[in-house]
Design a protein around this ligand. Structure first.
Ligand code: CMC
Length: 432
């Protein structure tokens, strides 16, 4: 039987039920607290607040554990592919051979955007940030699809499988088009013969005259990056997707909101910020020590980007895998990137510095991912877009979980108002 928590407030004892997750995570259910006591709980930034129960991803931040649907990230990174892992995350089980084949085929079916969407791409200025184009165009897809325009979960759920594949397939096409547009380059159409990640590289780098030479090691590295980003429980963007979904918005509108949240430099934009930081250190001839001093100084406005995490108080398991992949990819492609040496030096210096040790700040997923993407020829502005493509299965799975839960309610937090008490309108002529 679950324990009860007792809260002693204003001379009254309130009993609050507790919940224990399958991995022993403990929570106090305060849903009825306001109705019975008049109190709400206050937790700025939701550092201690569980917003839902979920069956998708498990993280133990103290031990550095990450599992999708129970399977350790290390096993998936070694043995699976992005598409197979996406299926696992969305549907809860690894697909059998037929399911995987059918699922992969669905991506080809949906890879073309509505032809009229081309005109929207044309109206963005050259140099526009691809994340802005990505979120706008994912949302705009609703205008070209009656099923999305008239979305009603009761009716849409039988088409969900199709829409989820359409979103994953089209985000890749939109992302590549966003890049081409940001560079002022002509759009390259997808090809049915290519698999998911190879097709993306084709749309990014082929020209109207010549197909891009798709190297297997490049495909493998990018596929791994997508897989490692595929879900991460209730982070800022996934919580945003769940919040928008809770209002019964359609799948594409919810994912588009996720892209906006992800863009910020404290979240998915950190990979771009890490590369810019390493570049600055390189350009200024610093060995990293000046930057570390600045990152420790709260008045400098600098942080060691790619370090620290709300949940991980240990090495981020994704960072471990990416660091190794980084060494492998650079060796395979015969690239000697001075930024990798700077990153390794910076990591060692930070891990031995009492400021970072005391605060349990370790490298996160973004610390080394930028160096891999740079070696694959992905431009810096596209780094957060790569994160968004990778994160799509997680957003879709969380969307599905909300929609399938008969008890799900609209997300609507409370606040403690600390503004002016009651006062009255002063006519303009009487104001000072
Ligand atoms: N450099 C220097 N100091 C830091 C850093 C950092 N990267 N991260 C945290 N701190 C300090 C922070 O100033 C605070 O110090 P004090 O206790 O003296 O006030 C302490 O460590 C605790 O940090 P916090 O800001 O309270 O932690 P948070 O959980 O609110 O923020 C974070 C987490 C990831 C936003 C933050 O660590 C950060 O800004 N890191 C750099 C940006 C980054 O790499 N983001 C990618 C996160 S992983 C991808 C994803 O899933 O989004």
């Amino acid at each position: 039987m679950n324990k009860e928590a007792k809260l002693d407030l204003d001379g009254k004892i309130y009993s609050l039920p507790t919940i224990t997750g399958t991995e022993g995570e403990k929570a106090i259910d305060i849903a009825s607290l306001r109705a019975s006591s008049g109190y709400i709980t206050l937790d700025d930034g939701y550092g201690n607040t569980g917003s839902c129960s979920s069956k998708i991803t498990f993280i133990d931040g103290d031990k550095g554990i990450l599992r999708y649907r129970g399977i350790p990230i290390e096993e998936l990174a070694e043995k699976s592919s992005f598409i197979e892992t996406a299926y696992l995350i969305i549907y809860g089980q690894l697909p059998n051979r037929n399911q995987l084949r059918d699922y992969s085929e669905l991506f080809s079916v949906h890879q073309f955007l509505h032809e009229d969407m081309k005109y929207h791409f044309e109206s963005f200025p050259t140099g526009a940030h691809p994340m802005a184009i990505l979120s706008a165009m994912i949302n705009a897809t609703s205008c070209f699809d009656e099923g999305l325009m008239n979305w009603h979960w009761g009716k849409a759920n039988s088409h969900f499988h199709n829409y989820a594949a359409k979103l994953m397939s089209q985000v890749r096409t939109i992302a590549a088009y966003a890049y081409r547009k940001s560079q002022g380059l002509p759009l390259i159409y997808p090809k049915k013969s290519y698999k998911y990640t190879a097709n993306f590289l084709h749309m990014m780098f082929s020209t109207p005259y010549e197909d891009y030479d798709i190297k297997p090691e490049v495909v493998k590295a990018l596929d791994l990056l997508f897989l490692l980003h595929a879900d991460h429980e209730q982070n800022c963007s996934t919580s945003t997707v769940r919040m928008v979904a809770s209002a019964q918005a359609n799948l594409f509108a919810s994912a588009s909101a996720g892209v906006c949240a992800l863009w910020g430099p404290l979240h998915g934009g950190a990979n771009q910020a890490v590369l810019e930081m390493l570049d600055e250190i390189h350009r200024t001839g610093d060995d990293g020590s000046k930057f570390i001093s600045a990152a420790k100084d709260k008045n400098s406005g600098k942080k060691l980007m790619g370090f620290g995490h709300r949940v991980y108080k240990n090495y981020d398991p994704r960072a471990k895998i990416i660091k190794k992949a980084c060494d492998d990819v650079l060796a395979q492609l015969h690239i000697n990137d001075p930024l990798l040496d700077i990153a390794k030096h910076l990591e060692q210096a930070a891990l031995n510095d009492s400021y970072f040790i005391e605060r349990k700040l370790y490298p996160n997923v973004d610390f080394y991912s930028g160096i891999i993407m740079r070696s694959l020829g992905i431009p810096v502005g596209m780094f957060p877009v790569m994160f968004a493509i990778g994160r799509m299965p997680g957003w879709i799975a969380n969307y599905k979980e909300i929609m399938e839960d008969p008890k799900s309610r609209i997300c609507r937090p409370r606040q403690v108002y600390v503004g002016e008490p009651l006062r009255h309108y002063i006519p303009l002529e009487q104001r000072k």
